[in-house]
Design a protein around this ligand. Sequence first.
Ligand code: NAG
Ligand code: NAG
Ligand code: NAG
Ligand code: NAG
Ligand code: NAG
Length: 287
Amino acid sequence: MFILIFALYSLSFTHVIGSSHNCTGTSTLITFDDLPTITVSTLISNGYFGLSWSNAYYDAASRNVPGSGYYTALSSGSYITLNGFGNPMAIASTTPNTFNISSFIAAAAWNDNLNLAISGKRNGTTVYQQTVTLQVTNSTWVSLNWTYIDTVTFTTSGGTVNSLFAGTYSGSQFAMDDLCVDINSFYTSTTSVYGTSTTRSGSGGGGNGDGDGGDGGDGLDLELELELGKKPKATITIGGLPVAVFAGTMAAVVVALIIFAFLLWCFISSKCCTQKPHCRGCGGGGC
Ligand SMILES: *[C@@H]1O[C@H](CO)[C@@H](O)[C@H](O)[C@H]1NC(C)=O
Ligand SMILES: *[C@@H]1O[C@H](CO)[C@@H](O)[C@H](O)[C@H]1NC(C)=O
Ligand SMILES: *[C@@H]1O[C@H](CO)[C@@H](O)[C@H](O)[C@H]1NC(C)=O
Ligand SMILES: *[C@@H]1O[C@H](CO)[C@@H](O)[C@H](O)[C@H]1NC(C)=O
Ligand SMILES: *[C@@H]1O[C@H](CO)[C@@H](O)[C@H](O)[C@H]1NC(C)=O
């Protein structure tokens, strides 16, 4: 019983960590869900996370056709990013800043076997290249692990329209979500173009100087987001986990400890022996 509860506890813990696709350490997970609320596909403004975005639109998966890759790629919240009109899309830092790109989730919007060519440049020279084949109804976790680049370009081509959309929709758009990048050398969360100010307190690890406590896994983090024209939103995390998850796992641990103590008491006091269906009790040494 104890082992079972502990296994369940460990399982739920792993699940929470895994949901960020190993985007840990100094990396930042960009979910596109902190962008302003929209009702129509909109270009991401330059400056979002300190980067410049070319032909990168964001949209709510739910505004799109069910079954399309916009639904498939959605891995968090409600927004995904797409390459407008199926044309190349790029993300760049301002010279001489460089960034690392770890991974992202992707799906082809309409075409199965859509080719996605990704290239990483440093100071005008292509230093990385990779091509992946995307599907409409299966998302792909693309792991790049590229370091010190200043521009990453996404170019799509080919593929054939998934039978769900034959005669209705087509195009070489792809959808992206949960982009994991390391931008810590030039981006601090207080510089958002949307007037978001983030205050953190607590013993987070790896903070660099005053104001920013860093995104460490330990301690209590209180995050306050003030966005123009929106209700303030507060998120409290403990050890990097939302408070509800933390409380839940703590409750599981306490329950497990109580059960363990009970079993120990049974064992020591011999109060619990096997109850047979035809016996009243078995404290007196059998029936
Ligand atoms: C996270 O990393 C581990 C090994 O480091 C790997 O086994 C696992 O598949 C990764 N998870 C994801 C979601 O990429
Ligand atoms: C970038 O390339 C130019 C020449 O094209 C060179 O002068 C400059 O030093 C390079 N910058 C870096 C940071 O490597
Ligand atoms: C896509 O996912 C379905 C199940 O959802 C699976 O049967 C199929 O094999 C997957 N295709 C690829 C190419 O992974
Ligand atoms: C990422 O690349 C670095 C070297 O460039 C390597 O040391 C590291 O193990 C790689 N990490 C993953 C998860 O592939
Ligand atoms: C990028 O990766 C390199 C090598 O792992 C690391 O030294 C560096 O701190 C990372 N972050 C940035 C922003 O370059």
